[in-house]
Design a protein around this ligand. Structure first.
Ligand code: BG6
Length: 469
């Protein structure tokens, strides 16, 4: 669809940026914090671990001041459950509450809207030892944790995100590190965990609506449209298979209260469907998310399964993520898109396409909670010339403006990341921030904050409410 004039970005559009606790904060064992699974899992030894990260825990004031200078209207960050309730359940840690209260107040001081992720991959390790998400007790623990968050911060936070990328955790469990011993749960067990996460999420959403009069809450999923490799109908069926299993099944449950029919059939026919306890259906119904939060990086191109062992392959540039499944789909190449240095597809038009699909399906406003390009930024004479990042974000924002003109309701844009953080797989060799954190993989140096070229570019875009895009 071509237009002679594009719609403006909405007034009060949340121009923001993102981070997560374990990738930004450091201070992994300070002020009463207990270890999370991230702290205890095995990660590649050649990259930085998460113990010090970008030291955001100690430097949040300086960081938020810089965010304000950049003109951010919103800051999406996550709260570490392990700081709030170190034992996973029970006693509240006053130092944890005080820390996040300060972070929220600091945002408010600069009129930055805090957008809080309640859970970004970092389950308290003590709960993992008791069965983690395989145990129904973790649902109650999460509900109790949610209640603490809403009670303490409900007056100061409007936007809540329940669980970051539940679909990544279930479909690519190795992506967040390997449990000691290296064994990952079976698919059946993962789908049981998924069911428990869905129940925990629904309970948190209901609680938010009850306890926070101004509160708005949504799931934060990694969503992307799929292209069939050719117009062969079998490729289209395969692309639809994977789009449903990877995306819609995870968003349908909070919005519609039950699993996607195709996904449910897939689970039943493979004997992987979760056990449903009496009362579960009622819990899942009526969670009523207020918006869909969405992380978007790339699209995928899909072909029909050949039904042999070659259907499964590693995602380009990322050995931890395996794609393809016999009888379901296989990953294919797309000659019409480029790729990042790490092999991730760059596809702004696919962003527009995905936004249309998400809005058409759920008719809820969309908040972008991640989007960005990982790159090995180079510090030259005290500056970082990240023109590739400016280009990437500019093209995605233009695609978003087209989607807005298409009729998609957008709440805001919080790219990854506000500042450099530890990448899930490539430490500080792969950076995403608008603000450079001067440290190496193992040499912490002074962790000086340096504004990248993209910082000044984004500042201008925010100032003009995206009018030049
Ligand atoms: C998202 C995660 O999937 O991707 C972030 O929510 C992560 O936590 C981001 O950092 C980028 O991935 P990576 O592996 O390049 O850091």
């Amino acid at each position: 669809m071509r237009y002679s004039k594009l719609n403006d970005f909405p007034d009060h559009f949340l121009w923001g940026a993102s981070s997560s606790a374990y990738q930004a904060e450091g201070a992994w064992n300070e002020d009463g914090k207990s270890p999370s699974i991230i702290d205890m899992y095995e990660h590649p030894k050649e990259y930085a671990d998460f113990k010090t990260a970008s030291d955001h825990y100690h430097r949040y004031k300086e960081d938020i001041r810089l965010f304000a200078e950049m003109g951010l209207k919103a800051y999406r960050f996550s709260i570490a459950w392990t700081r709030i309730i170190p034992d996973g359940t029970g006693e509240i840690n006053p130092a944890g509450i005080a820390h996040y209260r300060d972070v929220i107040q600091e945002c408010r001081r600069y009129h930055i809207e805090p957008i809080v992720t309640m859970y970004h991959f970092d389950l308290p390790y003590c709960l993992e030892e008791k069965g983690g998400w395989s145990s129904r007790e973790t649902i109650d623990a999460f509900e109790a944790y949610a209640k603490v968050l809403f009670t303490h911060f409900g007056n100061d936070v409007t936007y809540w995100l329940t669980i970051n990328e539940q679909n990544t955790m279930i479909l690519h469990p190795g992506a967040i590190g390997l449990p000691k011993g290296g064994t990952l749960p079976s698919k059946k067990e993962l789908y049981q965990q998924n069911h428990h996460l869905m129940l925990a999420q629904a309970k948190a959403m209901k609680l938010c609506h009850k306890l926070c009069p101004r509160g708005k809450i949504g799931p934060a999923l990694n969503l992307t449209a799929m292209y069939p490799e050719t117009c062969n109908p079998s490729d289209s069926i395969a692309a639809h298979n994977w789009e449903v299993l990877r995306c819609w099944n995870f968003a349908d449950v909070p919005v519609f209260g039950w699993y996607h029919p195709l996904a449910w059939s897939y689970l039943v026919h493979r004997e992987m469907e979760p056990e449903i306890a009496p009362g579960d259906r009622e819990i899942l119904m009526g969670a009523d998310p207020d918006f869909i939060a969405m992380n978007y990086y790339s699209t995928a191109t899909i072909a029909a399964s050949r039904g042999d062992s070659t259907d499964v392959s590693a995602r380009a540039g990322d050995q931890q993520i395996m794609l393809g499944e016999e009888g379901v789909y296989r990953a294919a190449d797309n000659p019409f898109v480029s790729k990042t240095k790490y092999g991730w597809v760059i596809d702004p038009e696919g962003f527009r396409y995905t936004l249309r699909k998400v809005y058409e399906r759920y008719r809820l406003p969309i908040l972008i909670t991640e989007n960005g390009i990982g790159a090995p930024d180079r510090l030259e004479n005290g500056q970082i010339h990240d023109d590739y990042r400016i280009e990437f974000i500019r093209r995605h924002l233009h695609a978003m403006r087209l989607a807005i003109t298409d009729g998609v309701e957008m709440l805001g844009y919080c790219p990854w990341a506000a500042l450099d953080v530890v990448s899930t797989h490539q430490g500080y060799q792969k950076r995403y921030g608008f603000i450079y954190v001067d440290r190496d993989e193992f040499d912490l140096k002074e962790m000086k904050r340096i504004k990248k070229d993209s910082f000044f570019w984004y500042q201008k875009i925010i100032e003009e409410n995206g009018n030049s895009l």
